[in-house]
Design a protein around this ligand. Structure first.
Ligand code: TUI
Length: 314
């Protein structure tokens, strides 16, 4: 069985963590991934702490396995969320779209393992010095808010720069991707897009169908809040392109984007909603339970690794 230091660090069976996707990664999904032996993560997004507390309850009602909460650093509730995860003794926190450095002492004192998501070598180095437990190195193939570097060059550079375990993310949706990540020196993978199509994921069925239908060229990067966001192409992204062509300000872009992720996830608006998804959407072909996704990825990875032995001669 494939086992890495990440499994020991987190007390999980398989080196697979689920992306902490805002609106998408609810307690139901996180519980299913954790119960299946991966690390399920609640995506706090911009939700108020009380709502996140309910999602933590949902996980604890369904499984005793470790799980995590992703804190999105552009949320207006970051301080309250840090207090909440400490009070609730959440086993793992991942962070996105910002630097969680100033909260590390509080999180570590509460026994929370901290795994920031980074998209650059400089931030990886800084956070290792501050004492984080592991890092997610997220390439620009992933969905949602993205950095500038692709997974293939980013992961080995971060692996070379730090001693703590590195988890690869961006463009990974199957066992081949897991093996590729391990070859780059990662100790595991984070998958987001693949888990949108988990049976337990509570997004609107239209969202899941849009991911299933996506082909290789069906994602695009749009600008928002001075940041870049990868989504599936639709009428909303054409509106973004028109605004950009007119030289619109970030404020105008922001106004267009406001509430659109909710519209996609809750109302199933696939035309004007923000369908955040990574380039691996084209690799996602069916809806199945989280446990079946994880078993398939692991079986595929083991087959690939076994087949490698035949490549080496002499
Ligand atoms: O956070 C993500 N992905 C996300 S968050 C999100 S929610 C959203 N909703 C509406 C509009 C826009 C976003 C959707 N997708 N990924 C983790 C990630 N973090 N990728 C890159 C970074 C990052 C970027 C800069 C982390 C730190 C950072 O540095 C800031 C600093 O202070 O140095």
């Amino acid at each position: 069985m494939l086992h890495t230091p990440l499994c020991d660090l987190l007390g999980i069976t398989y080196p697979i963590i689920q992306g902490g996707m805002a609106w998408v990664a609810t307690g139901e999904l996180a519980a299913a991934v954790s119960a299946a032996g991966g690390l399920g993560i609640i995506g706090a997004g911009s939700a108020p702490p009380e709502a996140v507390r309910q999602e933590i309850r949902k996980v604890r009602e369904r499984t005793d396995r470790p799980f995590g909460v992703n804190i999105y650093y552009m949320s207006p509730y970051v301080e309250e969320l840090v207090d909440l995860v400490c009070a609730e003794r959440v086993p793992v926190v991942t962070s996105g779209a910002g630097n969680p450095g100033k909260h590390l002492p509080q999180l570590k004192d509460a026994g929370v393992k901290v795994i920031p998501v980074v998209a650059s070598v400089a931030l990886a180095r800084r956070l290792e010095r501050l004492g984080v437990d592991a890092l997610v190195a997220e390439g620009m193939e992933c969905g949602g808010h993205i950095g500038e570097i692709a997974t293939m060059p980013l992961v080995p550079q971060i692996v070379d720069a730090v001693k703590i375990p590195v988890i690869a993310a961006g463009g990974i949706a199957d066992g081949r991707g897991l093996v590729a990540a391990l070859a780059l020196g990662a100790a595991g993978v984070q998958m987001g897009t693949r888990f949108i199509c988990a049976t337990e994921c509570t997004v609107h069925p239209n969202y899941k169908q849009a991911v299933l239908k996506a082909g290789d060229r069906d994602t695009v990067v749009t600008g928002m809040t001075g940041h870049y966001v990868r989504v599936l192409k639709n009428k909303l992204t054409r509106q973004f392109e028109e605004l950009a062509a007119r030289g619109a300000t970030w404020e105008e872009m922001d106004r267009l984007g406001t509430g659109k992720l909710r519209a996609a996830v809750v109302e199933g608006d696939v035309e004007y909603g923000s369908l955040m998804a990574g380039q691996s959407a084209a690799l996602v072909r069916e809806i199945k339970p989280a446990v079946a996704i994880i078993e398939e990825v692991m079986a595929e990875a083991e087959t690939v690794i076994s087949s490698f032995a035949r490549l080496v001669r002499g």
